[in-house]
Design a protein. Structure first.
Length: 232
């Protein structure tokens, strides 16, 4: 199958936030290296490795345009050019401090205040880059369990290839896989303590966007290109 691409908000590789998130997941999506886990109370390396298996495949990030295959006739160079040009049309901005929260069955970093600028940017990336995206296959549609989606989410899935975009978008940076309810609170508290100690909780200046690539199904995503936003 063809590679998949995604537009992510990914902190600078030398930032405390990137280092924290990558260590939590055990994978640096810039270097491609496996990383030793953080020393987290109540977890050994093996159990934590299992808890982060799913998000490790994607690397530490916040999704802006979800993963997609290139449409027929669209080259990788076309995708990079369109991504870079669109990013340059939007100004850099500050993201509110992040906090560790539970989202459904997993734990993630989420903004501590509303982010209308980020939400608008994500919507524009989804819509304006949609010409790059190949239509979903039957299997890809089935994977989204359309019977469990709202009517609006089904329409978004059909239009943009993903149900949680536009007004359904909720920015987050995933830190764990799905958890049982009794484990989720412990994981959340443990990660909140580690995050507070990491120095990564300060407001984040978003000055560029990242394009990630997955070579084949089951492979890990890696950072492929970055594009600057318009300077303030």
């Amino acid at each position: 199958m063809a590679p998949r691409y995604a537009v992510y908000l990914a902190p600078a590789p030398d930032s405390a936030l990137w280092q924290f998130g990558s260590r939590v997941l055990g994978y640096d999506a810039v270097t491609g290296e496996d990383l030793p886990p953080l020393d987290l109370a109540g977890f050994d390396a093996s159990s934590w490795h299992d808890l982060t298996a799913e998000p490790r495949q994607y690397g530490f990030h916040g999704t802006l345009k979800p993963p997609f295959r290139l449409a027929p006739g669209v080259s990788e160079a076309d995708a990079i050019a369109a991504f870079t040009a669109l990013a340059g049309q939007y100004h850099a901005f500050e993201l509110p401090p992040l906090e560790v929260k539970g989202i459904g069955s997993f734990i993630a970093l989420v903004p501590s205040a509303p982010t209308p600028v980020l939400n608008d940017l994500a919507g524009e990336l989804v819509a304006q880059l949609d010409h790059l995206r190949a239509p979903l296959t039957v299997a890809e549609i089935a994977k989204r369990n359309p019977d469990r989606l709202s009517e609006r989410q089904v329409r978004l899935l059909e239009q943009y290839g993903y149900p949680y975009v536009m007004e359904e978008f909720r920015f987050h940076m995933t830190l764990s896989g799905a958890l049982e309810a009794d484990a989720a609170i412990h994981v959340q508290n443990t990660l909140a303590d580690a995050f507070a100690a990491s120095g990564a909780h300060l407001p984040l200046m978003v000055e560029d966007l990242a394009l990630f690539r997955q070579e084949a199904p089951g492979a890990r995503f890696h950072q492929f290109a970055r594009a600057p936003l318009h300077p303030l």
